[in-house]
Each structure stands twice: as C-alpha cells, then as structure tokens.
Design a protein around this ligand. Sequence first.
Ligand SMILES: [Zn+2]
Length: 245
Amino acid sequence: MKHILMPFVLSLFVFSNYGFGSQERLAISLSYDDALPSQLDHALPALEKYNFKASFYVVPTAPAFQYRLDEWREIAKLGHELGNHTVFHACSASKPNRMWVPAHNDLDKRPVKSMLEELQVANTLLKAIDGRDERTLTPPCFDEMALGGNYIEAASSLFIAIKSQEDKSKVALIAPANIDAQAIIDFIEQQPDSIKLVNILMHGVGGDHLSITAQEHEKLLQYLDENREKYWVDTYINIMKVLAL
Ligand SMILES: [Zn+2]
C-alpha cells in the first residue's frame, strides 16, 4: 500500500508548490527593463533582502550589461529571470512622442525577418549567460509592427510567453515612474477577482530613467512580503508556466 500511495503523495506535493496554492493568490511579476545600473545597485539588494525572484529584461548594448556581465550571471544563479528585450531595443519612430528614436534604430524600417533573427540572437546570448533554453519576451516600447508586419506575432514560437500578448481580461499592468509605493499598492488592491496576474514593469530604481526611489521600491517589497498569503511573487516565466494566461 505504501508504495502505491507514494506517487499520489508526491504529485500532491508538486501541485501544492506550483499549482493550487499559487493559483489562489494573485500573481505578481516584478520586472526591471533595459539593464540599468540602478537595478544592480538598488533593486537587486532589496529583492534579495525579501527573497523575491524577479525578471530582468536586459538590453545587451546597455553599458551596465556590457561592463557588469558577471553580476548578471550572478543574478541568474540567484534564481532571477533574464528576459529577452531584443538586442538593440528598436521602437517605432512614427508613434507620438518618439523624437528620441534614432534613425538607425527605427522599428518602422526594420524587416520582420531581421527582428526575428535579432530575437534569436538575444535568446542565444542569454543562454550563454544563464544556460537556460526557455525564455520570455518584453517587446521594447510594446511596439509590434515592424517593416512588413507584426514581428511579435511572428515570434510567438520562440517564447514561453510574451508580455502584452496575455489575456487582457486576466492580466493587469502598471509601469510605475515617479510615483510612490502606495499608488502601486492601490493599483494591486483595486484589481477585480478576474485578474490573475499584475505585471509591475519598472525601469530605474533610485536612479536612471522612468524611476521610482529606492525607498518606495523597498516599501512595495515590504508590503508584498507582509501579504504573502495574498500574493504569489515570482518571475514572469514561472508565473506564465503555471497560469498560461
Ligand atoms: Zn525597454
């Protein structure tokens, strides 16, 4: 009898870790885009202090990626996710307020096939750093249309999940910049029961662009830590593997 029950008990254990227990709680994905130095200096130590795993959508051309490669390798070893954010971070210059998009990096002029190859290069580069075969994508600027078509739709087979392509009725997103922790907490608490995942998409933490202060960032983590019975904080890839939203 004992050996017959064993597989059942084991499968229950697996479910309680990754299934039922997780799904009852609202999933929270903390992500940090663009490989900014303030993420290494401020966000990472705070995440480690509260033992939360997060996702870093890196841009390989960013100086903080090129010159601090060992730290990104270490971040992956700690269980955080290194996510694909393309290689060059091309965005559409034709959209409003896109004066900052340089002519050589204009998504409007980049063929879909070039973008697909770029995404593959980024996946290979990240694999060389963390050894992982599975990857998620955050499209730069959430733009989708390249020259000749939608490159995000064309790239779906390369990724476990793509941020912005989830079921909108079940996923909410906030990209905090120059706001305090309470505004983010209010956003989380105001979500209806139909929402299963809140993406908190950050850039600078205590520096760099679109930033929140290190103090407010820590307040947010402290709140999530104090409410672990309500929230399942994990990497975007871990959450999407379970919830498949
Ligand atoms: Zn970005």
